[in-house]
Design a protein around this ligand. Structure first.
Ligand code: ADP
Ligand code: MG
Length: 480
C-alpha cells in the first residue's frame, strides 16, 4: 500500500466534543457529575416531560467563550440555539438542543507543531443519555438494553476543525493540543478513555495535486490518541483500495473497532437538512456583550503553547518542555518550584529523571505522592550550597516522594552531608592510596587514567559524600 499512498493526498477534519465541567446541566439544575446511580440525575427537563422549559446555564456559556478565546475564535455578539431532530432511545425529547447557523464561537485556529489548523466553529449543545447493553440474561434469555438518562443534558462544546490536516500524525497532534488546552483552562477533563472528550474523524482522499476534495467518511468511537491514529490509517487504506478498484467512497458514518482494528459501516451519513433544524422556540437568542467577553479574557490562564515557550526560555529543551506541559500536574508542580526560587535546570533534571521514573513505576500523579514543591526546592538549594552532592540528592528524593520527609531532615538523620573539608578528604585519600600500592606506582609511571579508580575508591569510602572536585585535587596532590 506504501507506493499507492504516494498517489493520494489525505484530507482530515475533526469534530471534537468536550464535556464541560459545570456543576449542573446545560438547561436544568440536576447535577452532571459522573458515577451516580442510574437515572438519579433526571429532572423533568432532562426527561423531556411535556411542558417543561429549558433554562440556560450561564457557566456553560462562560466555558464556551473561554474555550473559543483559547482557540483564537471570534465570539459573535449574538448566538442562538436550534433543535436538531433525531430518534434515539436515549433522547426522550426526540430532538437535541444544539446550535446551527449562529454558534457561540467562529473562525478560530490552533498552531500545532508549526502548522496552523483552522477551527470553523464551536457550538454548545446537550449530550444524550446512555444505552447500557445488558446482554442476554434478561427476560426469557433475550438480550436487552437499558436507558440511563443521567448524562442527558450534560453540556458539550463541539469544536469543528477545517479539513486542514493531511496525515494521521497531524490529526493526533491537533487532538493532543486541544486536550491540553481544555485541561489547562479547566473546562473539561479531557479524558478520551472515559468519554469526557470524544472525537469524530472525517477522512477523504484525492489524487495528489487535485484541489477537489473526495467524499468523506466519518469515523466514530475512537477513544484514545493511538486508536485515532490507527483508525485514520486503516480508513486511508480502505478508501485507496476502493478508488483503485474503480469504486467510489460513499458518505457514511463508520465505527472503529479497536479490537479487530477496522472500521465498519454504521449508517449512511445524514446531511444537515435531514435533521430539520429550526430555532429553539423556548430559548431566547443570546447577546454576548464585549464586556462579558473581556471579563473572561482577563481570566485566561497561561496556555500550553506559552508555557512551553516560557520553559524553553529558561533553558529547557523543546522535548523536556513538551513532556512537562503534556502532564498538567507536573507542569503546575514545576511552576510552583520555580516560584519558590529553585534552579530550573536542577529541578527539571529531578522531574524528568527520578520523579518521572517513580511516577511511572508506581502509576501515580505527582499530586498523589508526598513530595511537596517546598521540599524539592529545599533539596535543590542543599545541592546548590554544596551541602550534599547531586548523587546523594538523587538517592534521597525517593524517600521524599514516599514519606514526605524534608531533605534536611534525611541528610541530618543519615549523616549525608557532603565532606568538603580538605583535611578529612586527605586522610581518607591517603589510606586509599596506601591500600593500593600497585595502582599508585602504575599511576606514577604514567598511567594517569587510574585517577578515576582512586576517585571511585574515595567515593566508596565516603558513601558518595565527598565533594568530587576536592577529591580530584587532593588525589593529584598525593599521587604527585
Ligand atoms: P457534520 O455534522 O455533518 O459531520 P460538520 O460541518 O459538523 O458536519 O463537520 C464536518 C467535518 O468534516 C469538519 O471537521 C470538516 O473539516 C470535515 N470535512 C468536510 N469535508 C471533508 C472532506 N472532504 N474530507 C475530510 N474532511 C472533511
Ligand atoms: Mg460529523
Amino acid at each position: 500500500m506504501e507506493n499507492l499512498r504516494d498517489k493520494y493526498e489525505v484530507v482530515i477534519g475533526l469534530e471534537v466534543h468536550a464535556q464541560l465541567k459545570t456543576k449542573s446541566k446545560i438547561f436544568a439544575s440536576d447535577g452532571c457529575e459522573f458515577g451516580h446511580d442510574p437515572n438519579s440525575e433526571t429532572s423533568p427537563v432532562t426527561l423531556g416531560m411535556p411542558g417543561v422549559l429549558p433554562v440556560l446555564n450561564k457557566e456553560a456559556v462562560n466555558m464556551g467563550i473561554l474555550t473559543g478565546l483559547a482557540l483564537n475564535c471570534e465570539i459573535p455578539e449574538r448566538c442562538k440555539f436550534d433543535r436538531k431532530q433525531y430518534f434515539y432511545p436515549d433522547l426522550p425529547k426526540g430532538y437535541q438542543i444544539s446550535q446551527y447557523d449562529e454558534p457561540i464561537c467562529v473562525n478560530g485556529y490552533l498552531n500545532v507543531k508549526g502548522k496552523r489548523i483552522g477551527i470553523t466553529r464551536a457550538h454548545l449543545e446537550e449530550d444524550a443519555g446512555k444505552l447500557v447493553h445488558a446482554g442476554s440474561d434478561g427476560i426469557a434469555g433475550s438480550s436487552y438494553s437499558l436507558v440511563d438518562l443521567n448524562r442527558a443534558g450534560t453540556p458539550l462544546l463541539e469544536i469543528v476543525s477545517e479539513p486542514d490536516m493531511r496525515s494521521s500524525e497531524e490529526a493526533r497532534n491537533y487532538m493532543e493540543e486541544l486536550r491540553n488546552i481544555v485541561r489547562y483552562i479547566g473546562v473539561c477533563d479531557g479524558n478520551l478513555e472515559e468519554g469526557s472528550m470524544r472525537c469524530d474523524a472525517n477522512i477523504s482522499i484525492m489524487p495528489k495535486g487535485s484541489t477537489k476534495f473526495g467524499t468523506r467518511a466519518e469515523i466514530k468511537n475512537v477513544n484514545s490518541f493511538s486508536a485515532l491514529q490507527r483508525a485514520i490509517e486503516y480508513e486511508i487504506d480502505r478508501q485507496i483500495e476502493i478508488v483503485e478498484e474503480g469504486g467510489e467512497v460513499i458518505q457514511e458514518t463508520r465505527l472503529w473497532d479497536d479490537n479487530t482494528r477496522e472500521t465498519k459501516s454504521m449508517r449512511g451519513k445524514e446531511d444537515a437538512h435531514d435533521y430539520r433544524y429550526f430555532p429553539e422556540p423556548d430559548l431566547m437568542p443570546l447577546r454576548i456583550s464585549r464586556e462579558w467577553v473581556q471579563e473572561i479574557k482577563d481570566k485566561m490562564p497561561e496556555l500550553p503553547q506559552a508555557k512551553r515557550e516560557r520553559y524553553m526560555g529558561l533553558g529547557l529543551s523543546e522535548y523536556d518542555a513538551s513532556i512537562i506541559v503534556e502532564q498538567m500536574g507536573l507542569a503546575l508542580f514545576f511552576d510552583k518550584v520555580l516560584e519558590l526560587g529553585a534552579s530550573p535546570k536542577i529541578a527539571v533534571n529531578f522531574i524528568m529523571g527520578e520523579i518521572a521514573a517513580y511516577l511511572k513505576e508506581k502509576k501515580l500523579e505527582i499530586t498523589e505522592t508526598k513530595l511537596t514543591p517546598e521540599n524539592l526546592t529545599e533539596l535543590i538549594s542543599l545541592i546548590e550550597k554544596n551541602t550534599i552532592s547531586n548523587n546523594i540528592g538523587k538517592q534521597i528524593i525517593f524517600d521524599m516522594l514516599k514519606d514526605g520527609t524534608s531533605a534536611s531532615k534525611i541528610v541530618e538523620e543519615k549523616g549525608l552531608s557532603q565532606i568538603s573539608d580538605e583535611g578529612a578528604i586527605k586522610e581518607i585519600a591517603q589510606k586509599v592510596v596506601e591500600a593500593h600500592p600497585n595502582e599508585a606506582s602504575a599511576y606514577k609511571n604514567g598511567k594517569v587514567q587510574l585517577l578515576g579508580f582512586f576517585v571511585g575508591q574515595v567515593m566508596k569510602e565516603t558513601k558518595g559524600r565527598a565533594n568530587p572536585k576536592s577529591v580530584n585535587e587532593v588525589l593529584k596532590e598525593i599521587l604527585g
